[in-house]
Design a protein around this ligand. Structure first.
Ligand code: SF4
Ligand code: SF4
Ligand code: SF4
Length: 273
């Protein structure tokens, strides 16, 4: 049982958030929502400990599909960045704002970009494509595109409010549908063009404007025991995000790009990571 302490602790953290929000907001949804996500995360970590190769994908599908289909399409909650701006402007502390606060703004101080590895419904689809490990080095100069997409999402929602457009709630639902379709189309096209499943994450995704600076301070991160390492390079060759996990310094890529997918750990023959 000792080896399952980590997933049990993770479940306990989510359960604490679930109970706190349930009692604070008087809404049973929060108890269900965070219990479900906590159980999915704990299941994935437990499977990883058992050596299951698909552990991460199990969590990714359980959480990603829940958010995309149940929260987004059935419950009409825009969980994309436009939804975050919308609820922020209306001053409503709803699922989308809580989701951003927990998963993408303050949570990364603890678990870095775990969201990108285990929960994102965009990456959930992109990770099925054939280029799990990029075939080419990271392209220089494309990163700033993320600031453009971030600004466009903010400008779009601001314009709706400034123009006093009616029935914004309905527009936000369709923005979620069209936005996701666009993300998938651009993400898949980029993956094939750059031969890199995660090209969209590296260059375009606006969420990284929140995720990267916060994950720089993440408590949970991959480190290398250089006494065990034989510099075989298998870890670097397995990384989807071009991280040099042998370099423990927090430079721009190493400090903010790891999605905690554990591929490097799994591929290390010396258990040095
Ligand atoms: S970078 Fe964006 S698209 Fe990629 S996994 Fe993270 S949130 Fe999802
Ligand atoms: S796979 Fe392990 S032993 Fe090989 S370089 Fe990476 S950390 Fe070192
Ligand atoms: S392979 Fe290792 S360094 Fe690369 S993203 Fe996954 S966990 Fe992070």
């Amino acid at each position: 049982m000792k080896k399952y302490i980590m997933p049990m602790m993770m479940f306990a953290v989510f359960e604490a958030v679930a109970i706190t929000l349930w009692l604070a907001k008087g809404n049973l949804f929060y108890l269900f929502n965070f219990t479900y996500i906590g159980a999915s995360v704990a299941l994935g970590v437990g499977l990883f400990i058992q050596g299951n190769r698909n552990a991460r994908r199990v969590t990714q599908l359980l959480v990603g599909l829940y958010m995309l289909v149940y929260l987004g399409l059935i419950s009409n909650e825009n969980m994309q960045i436009e939804g975050f701006w919308y609820y922020l402007f209306t001053g409503v502390f709803e699922a989308a704002t809580i989701h951003y606060a927990v998963a993408k703004i303050f949570g990364p101080l603890l678990f870095g970009r775990g969201w990108c590895g285990y929960a994102c419904w965009t990456a959930m689809v992109l990770d099925f494509l054939p280029y799990k490990v990029p075939r080419h080095p990271r392209r220089k100069g494309l990163g700033p595109i993320r600031y453009l997409t971030f600004a466009v999402s903010l400008a779009f929602v601001s314009a709706l409010f400034l123009a006093h457009v009616g029935n914004i709630e309905r527009i936000m639902f369709w923005a979620f549908v069209v936005g996701n379709a666009t993300y998938y189309a651009v993400g898949i096209a980029l993956a094939y063009a750059f031969e890199d499943n995660r090209a969209f994450c590296k260059y375009v995704c606006p969420i990284t404007v929140f995720l990267k600076p916060m994950s720089y301070y993440s408590l949970i991160r991959i480190t290398c025991d250089h006494d065990k390492c034989i510099e075989c390079g298998k870890c670097r060759r397995a990384c989807p995000m071009d991280v040099d996990m042998l370099d423990d310094s927090r430079n721009r890529v190493n400090g903010t790009e790891c999605i905690l997918c554990m591929e490097c750990v799994r591929n290390c023959p010396r258990k040095a990571l």
